[in-house]
Design a protein around this ligand. Structure first.
Ligand code: NAD
Ligand code: ZN
Length: 375
């Protein structure tokens, strides 16, 4: 049982290069760690951000992937709440339950995981992976583009025994993030008017959250009009492509809504769009939430935007405390209260990961599910 596993993984040796399928060694789980056989994983834009956009050389070589689901293969000393065979979702933000953040209901941050001050490299300096004699980093503490991975028990959610792992893996990131950004962070209100910028899985999940919260109007904004059809499925009522406008999108939204929307969610990861989203909100009470991921540029706006009553907020993993929230979201999906299947546009084996990356780069997919070790 406590042996090194040799398995296949997609390794990101360096930025801006295709991933390479390699045989890697996965160490046995240490104290409080769980070794997981990954069944399926989604590809999220944050994986692309690290690989192509962040311009940082640190954080490589790594195994990317943070939106997976799998089955416990073995547990290390001290693990009592998990056993081999359990269905689980690895979590990119931990919930130790004991730190000052975990004890405070106002936040879902946790002081114990990789993410505590490691956003620059997007991984811990500890890793259970080696390949060709080199340590391979575990991206966001999870690394789901591998047949096996090892995660600390504070960053693993145990889920329903009959959950379909090739669907609920999406709750490991994108869908929980967008949905929660609307219901938990923005706290969208019944009868309100919302705008969602960026209609990838995160933005579409935000649309779904706005609808679930009872918004009466949901304006979907994307530079790729191909995304509008899906947005309608999730509840969007109006569609705006900023590239087809002769005025700033914030002005157009203000005209459409008699002065601006109540809630605007940025799900792109672009500081210019973040500003537009804020400026699309009504004075007095408009709330804009940053969901898109970027750490490359400062963002800016005129102070009068906030002085006149708008609020600018950010949301990590949709504000859900990860270990508590994910199993509940899985149950909601199984009770057909939450859509997941509609986000899946492509399915392929892990070794075609570079094709999945190309699809996302070119806006041709919503989510691609990669089958890693099918159930
Ligand atoms: P995606 O690539 O599938 O979707 C992004 C969408 O934005 C695309 O439809 C694209 O056409 C659109 N877009 C690009 N530029 C635009 C512009 N100027 N105006 C309007 N729309 C524009 O990505 P995704 O997987 O849905 O992720 C979206 C963002 O959320 C990324 O930045 C990702 O890193 C981030 N993210 C954040 C968290 C978090 O916890 N905060 C978690 C997951 C992902
Ligand atoms: Zn993600």
């Amino acid at each position: 049982l406590f042996t090194v596993i040799k398995c296949r993984a997609a390794v990101a040796w360096e930025p801006n290069k295709p991933l390479v399928m390699e045989e890697i060694e996965v160490a046995p789980p240490g104290a409080h760690e769980i070794r997981i056989k990954v069944v399926a994983t989604g590809l999220c834009h944050t994986d692309l951000y690290h690989l192509f956009e962040s311009k940082k050389k640190e954080g490589f070589p790594a195994v990317l992937g943070h939106e997976g689901a799998g089955i416990v293969e073995s547990v290390g000393p001290g693990v009592t709440k998990f056993k081999p065979g359990d269905k689980v979702i690895p979590l990119f933000i931990s919930q130790c339950g004991e730190c000052k953040f975990c004890r405070n209901p106002k936040t879902n941050l946790c002081e114990k995981g990789w993410s505590n001050e490691r956003y620059d490299v997007m991984s811990d300096d500890m890793s259970s992976f080696t390949c060709k004699g080199k340590t391979i980093l575990q991206f966001m503490g999870t690394s789901t583009f591998s047949e096996y991975t090892v995660v600390n028990e504070i960053a693993v959610a145990k889920i329903h025994d009959s959950a379909p792992l090739d669907k609920v893996c999406l709750l490991g990131c994108g869908i929980s993030t967008g949905y929660g950004a609307a219901v938990n962070t923005a706290k969208v209100e019944p009868g309100s008017t919302c705008a969602v910028f960026g209609l990838g899985a995160v933005g579409l999940a935000a649309v779904m959250g706005c609808k679930a919260a009872g918004a009466s109007r949901i304006i979907a904004v994307d530079i790729n009009s191909d995304k509008f059809e899906k947005a309608k499925v999730f509840g969007a009522t109006d569609f705006v492509n900023p590239t087809e406008l002769s005025k700033p999108v914030s002005q157009v939204l203000a005209e459409m809504t008699n002065g601006g929307v109540d809630f605007a969610l940025e799900c792109v990861g672009n500081v210019g769009v973040m500003r537009s989203a804020l400026e699309s909100c009504t004075k007095g009470w408009g709330v804009s939430v940053l969901v898109g991921w970027t750490d490359m540029y400062d963002f800016s706006a005129r102070p009068i935007q906030l002085i006149t009553g708008r609020t600018w907020k950010g949301s990590l993993f949709g504000g859900f405390k990860s270990k508590d929230g994910v199993p509940k979201l899985v149950d909601e999906y199984m009770a057909q209260k939450l859509k997941l299947d509609d986000f899946i546009t492509h399915t392929m084996p892990l070794h075609q990961i570079n094709d999945a990356i190309e699809l996302m780069k070119h806006g041709k997919c919503i989510r691609t599910i990669l089958n890693v070790c099918p159930e």
